[in-house]
Design a protein around this ligand. Structure first.
Ligand code: MSP
Length: 500
């Protein structure tokens, strides 16, 4: 069976990871976990981009060899992914031998078929973005993307014949309307291609920290050319071991690197005669307390500063709830606290705690009663909307729908008032609580991709002993599946502690 192949960008290791990197990686993790719950075989790849001038300069500034720097910094990314409960199946580093070999083979293939030629590059280069620019593209003489100073490059270079694929790219976008996502960003790419593609410089003569081109060891591969190939290396290219992985189903990228993935990357794959990814999804950017996060301002939000107070799941939840995937948003401590308190502590956490407390107090922890099922009957309809939102990578919508299930269930308890009802009609009170139990069980499955450890805790507190991930898909379809009114609940601790 072909695996669902999902990737994040490979991150530069000139600096430690921040909340922007965590965002893309968590989003890919959520989709991977959701797909696995649906019974799909997933290959989730992330990694680090370790060559190029930017890294070489960072190493020099710290008195380190580039290799020592990349080893140290790449480890910080993998450590953070472990802390954030990221379930990646692969982690690729572009300094690994397997990648160096793949890049060499790709140069070989492209040379052989005449898609690479030697020329001379004369224009501008932004080290921070590792991007080439024409004079006419500069904004007030600076990089049009990051606004930083650019440097004049005049050197011999190998070029990839990207221009040759202009027409094919436009046809490809038209025939594959799901390739460029979200749709609102597609037109910008189409217009750019229509305005005329130039060939791309894919080697550097002066930059030594890179993969040597086998055909001309004086040159190293341009870091973006090297980086995009990571997706092929990880899939086992060209040995054939990755046949059940290729092509990628979805690449998650930030909007600033959409063009590389939407134009250069498919053109490279056309040239290699390889199948193209099904979707490239470009999400938006976070600012921090209203300001662009930048090194000069030193205002990068470090996930490690958030986790002690809000927990891994609090951070995962907030990032995907606050800003619709695809648009920009602001990371502020006040909105983090507000959402955490309102949606996790007061809504979901409260639903769990009041349900379990009432069962413990009035039924000695075992209800022995089946629910009547008024609210439960509506869950399959909600599941349809959840699935539809997942298909569009609309994570904030998924969370909104699930939040409304929680709110409705809390309202249901308020109306039934089992704490009073138990005095006049104990069975009716028990049946209402059974309804809440069944819904909480469904919610533990539905929220699991976002908050895996909290959902496991909910699951255990409900007294469930089966494996959550194996049971989830059945329960989501049929909330009563495997539900036993005789189950003893195991209330323990507060799930989301309200923040003052
Ligand atoms: N190395 C390249 C990518 C090569 S992929 C073949 C690169 N690396 S990066 O370290 O700069 O990471 C950029 C990515 O990190 C963005 O595309 C996005 O996924 C994530 N983000 C970094 N800052 C971000 C925000 N402020 N907001 C949201 N995501 C951001 O580019």
């Amino acid at each position: 069976m072909k695996k669902f192949y999902i990737t994040t960008p490979i991150y530069y290791v000139n600096d430690k990871p921040h909340v922007g990197h965590a965002y893309t990686t968590i989003a890919a993790d959520v989709l991977s976990r959701w797909k696995r719950l649906q019974g799909e075989d997933v290959y989730f790849l992330t990694g680090t981009d370790e060559h190029g001038s930017k890294i070489a300069l960072a190493a020099e500034a710290q008195g380190l060899t580039p290799q020592a720097l990349v080893d140290r910094e790449s480890a910080k990314f993998s450590a953070l992914w472990k802390d954030l409960n990221i379930s990646n199946d692969g982690f690729i580093r572009t300094t690994e031998a397997r990648h160096v070999e793949t890049v060499g083979k790709i140069f070989d293939a492209l040379f052989k078929q005449g898609d690479i030629y030697k020329g001379h590059y004369v224009d501008w280069y932004c080290v921070s973005c590792e991007s080439f620019w024409l004079e006419s593209e500069l904004v007030e003489g600076n990089c049009p993307d990051c606004g930083r100073k650019v440097e004049r490059l005049q050197e011999e270079s190998y070029f990839f014949k990207q221009s040759k694929y202009e027409k094919r790219l436009l046809e490809f976008y038209e025939q594959n309307p799901n390739f460029l996502m979200p749709k609102k960003r597609a037109q910008e790419i189409i217009n750019f291609v229509k305005s005329g593609l130039k060939d791309v410089s894919i080697s550097r003569l002066k930059e030594k920290w890179g993969i040597q081109i086998p055909q001309d060891p004086n040159h190293t591969a341009y870091v973006w050319f090297d980086a995009l190939i990571n997706y092929l290396t990880a899939a086992g290219f060209p040995s054939g071991s990755g046949e059940n992985i290729w092509p990628p189903d979805i690449h998650f990228v930030g909007k600033e690197i959409f063009r590389f993935h939407a134009i250069l990357w498919p053109a490279m794959l056309f040239a290699l005669d390889l199948p193209t990814p099904k979707t490239v999804f470009a999400h938006g950017w976070w600012t921090a307390e209203g300001e662009k996060m930048s090194k000069s301002k030193g205002n990068f939000v470090d996930p490690n500063d958030i986790i002690p107070e809000y927990g891994v799941d609090g951070l995962r939840y907030f990032l995907l709830r606050e800003m619709p995937f695809g648009t920009d948003g602001d990371f502020s401590m006040s909105s983090l606290k507000a959402r955490y308190n309102a949606e996790l502590a007061n809504n979901l956490g409260n639903l769990l705690s009041r349900t379990l407390t009432l069962i413990e107090k009035n039924f000695d922890g075992v209800l022995n009663l089946a629910p009547e099922g008024h609210l439960i009957a509506g869950l399959p309809e909600r599941l349809k909307t959840v699935k539809d939102a997942y298909d569009r990578a609309a994570f904030s919508e998924v969370l909104e729908i699930l939040g409304s299930v929680v709110t409705d269930t809390n309202k249901f308890i308020d109306e039934k008032a089992p704490w009073k009802l138990v005095k006049t009609d104990k069975d009716a009170a028990g049946k209402a609580l059974a309804e809440c139990l069944v819904i909480l069980r469904w919610l533990a499955c539905a929220y699991d991709p976002f908050m895996p450890s909290s959902c496991l805790s909910i699951w255990k507190q409900l007294g469930e002993t089966a494996d959550l991930s194996s049971a989830a898909s059945g329960i989501l379809q049929n909330p009563l599946k495997g539900f036993s009114p005789q189950t003893r609940i195991e209330k323990s601790g507060i799930l989301f502690q309200r923040k003052a």
